[in-house]
Write a protein that binds this ligand. Structure first.
Ligand code: MN
Length: 474
């Protein structure tokens, strides 16, 4: 269900009429060449479309208005090929309501010592043109990104590519709708927050539903539909009956599949792309949604446990940004504090995304000593190794704050036969002690999003675009 529109980015280059029409033609030709080669690099997730050479305040203002109303356009990329007097950019830039990337580059990556002359200098002025332009963006507090370097370099192209994913996530963030099944877990603080402000600032619509409305939808799921899902489950995962008798096992899994389809239908009807559950509020449900939640997260829905709508919305945004690759809801679950082994074991009771599995997930049924419900089926698996990031959002009333750090992810040192849940270990790159201390001092909670495919820079860019406060621990 994670489908994102085929966005494009409009690219314009700044200049002025001081240097004559021939120079402006060269500016247009060079900018078109950069756009063509960026697209041909195969690195960009979304197409760059060169639109025009911008030389007047009226032209720039008209352009920015077109960007704003065109739903196909996710953002603007600008480059100052020559000196473009930045007062021309004030009105248009002020009106721009979409992400802005200032590509501070130069058409050639060298100084052509043998041939350089005043014609060349009239045309190639980005060294100072990009600074004139950057000043006005800084003064207007546009929260724009600046990518600096030769446009033909792979690292510059990759930086543009990663920013495109953030800019698309920004646009899509205003469509995120979270359905809360039940309220927040009683007495818990960090999962609370100002939902109206979240909608004003990040575009997240957060709606409450009584659990009875959902139960009705789950109970309406037909046996035939559950049969189909059961077959699909068998084809993807390992079915492990364990100590259960065959009938109990099958029944438990089928209850979760009915929940999966029921929740999915409920969300689809309301246009919701994220949801929360709360184990304290399951009236009329046979089990806590475990496997059901995992399958929905796998499909691209954002999820927050215990009514945590902020993590649910953040999860959805990060799934869009990562193209639903290896980006999972997590909780700091338990710790290894021994020297040389320092790590956080991340998991949740049940609801961990199988996209981070390094082995084939197993469908198992075990008791869950919380919530007072029947034994829930869940996917059990081992997480992955590699570089990852871990982030969360807290609400401090004056503003939201994104807290995050880069982590080394690893697998558990041993099996946990008596704790049958999905498991992922990680250690903050700054060290467990320093990382965890800074996290807590910044007021970051225990529910997080762990991603192997996104970077700290991307999350910082997103927080900047959203005017959130930031605490990235380095
Ligand atoms: Mn939790």
């Amino acid at each position: 269900m994670l489908s994102v529109p085929d966005y494009e980015f409009w690219f314009v280059t700044g200049s002025q009429h001081l240097y004559g029409e021939e120079q402006l033609k060269s500016v247009a030709k060079d900018a078109q060449d950069i756009a063509d080669k960026l697209n041909a690099s195969g690195k960009l997730p979304y197409k760059v479309v060169f639109k025009d050479v911008m030389t007047t305040a009226d032209g720039i203002t008209k352009f920015m208005k077109e960007v704003n109303y065109n739903d196909k356009v996710a953002g603007v990329i600008t480059w100052m090929h020559t000196f473009s007097p930045a007062k021309n950019w004030i009105r248009g830039t002020e009106l721009l309501q979409k992400p802005l990337l200032h590509l501070a580059t130069q058409y050639l990556n060298n100084i052509p010592y043998d041939t350089i002359d005043f014609d060349y200098m009239n045309l190639n002025q980005s060294a100072h043109g990009d600074r004139e332009y950057a000043y006005i963006n800084a003064r207007l507090k546009k929260n724009n990104k600046i990518v600096y370097g030769y446009w033909g370099d792979e690292d510059v192209q990759e930086q543009i590519a990663r920013w495109e994913d953030v800019a698309v996530a920004y646009n899509e963030s205003f469509k995120v709708k979270v359905a809360r099944f039940g309220d927040t877990m009683r007495n818990v603080a960090v999962t609370e927050g100002d939902k109206v402000q979240a909608q004003i600032q990040m575009g997240w619509t957060v709606d409450y539903y009584g659990i009875g409305d959902l139960v009705k939808e789950i109970n309406a799921v037909s046996d035939a539909d559950v049969d189909k899902e059961y077959a699909d489950l068998e084809s993807r995962y390992e079915m492990v009956q364990g100590d259960n008798d065959a009938e109990t096992y099958k029944h438990s899994v089928r209850v979760q599949l009915a929940q999966y389809l029921g929740i999915k239908r409920f969300l689809e009807k309301g246009g919701y792309t994220a949801f929360t559950t709360n184990f304290e509020d399951l009236y009329g449900m046979e089990q806590l949604p475990g496997l059901a939640a995992q399958l929905l997260i796998r499909d691209g829905y954002g999820f927050g446990a215990e009514g945590d709508w902020k993590t649910a919305a953040l999860g959805r945004v990060m799934k869009i940004m990562s193209h639903n690759k290896q980006t999972a809801f997590m909780e700091d679950y338990t710790l290894d504090l021994r020297k040389g082994h320092e790590a956080i074991l991340g998991s949740h009771m049940l609801e961990v995304d199988p996209s981070i599995a390094s082995d084939k997930p197993r469908v198992e049924v075990h008791p869950l000593d919380i919530g007072g419900k029947a034994d829930p089926a869940r996917l059990v698996f081992t997480g992955s190794e590699g570089d990852a990031i871990d982030v969360t959002v807290s609400d401090f009333r004056d503003n939201f704050k994104m807290i995050g750090y880069a982590v080394d992810a690893h697998k558990p040192e041993a099996e946990t036969p008596k704790l049958p849940v999905a498991k992922q270990l990680w250690t903050p790159k700054v060290g467990l002690k320093q990382g965890a201390l800074a996290w807590m001092q910044a007021g970051g909670g225990h529910h997080t999003m762990l991603s192997f495919s996104l970077t700290e820079e991307q999350m910082e860019d997103f927080a900047t675009m959203m005017n959130m406060n930031k605490a990235f621990i380095k």
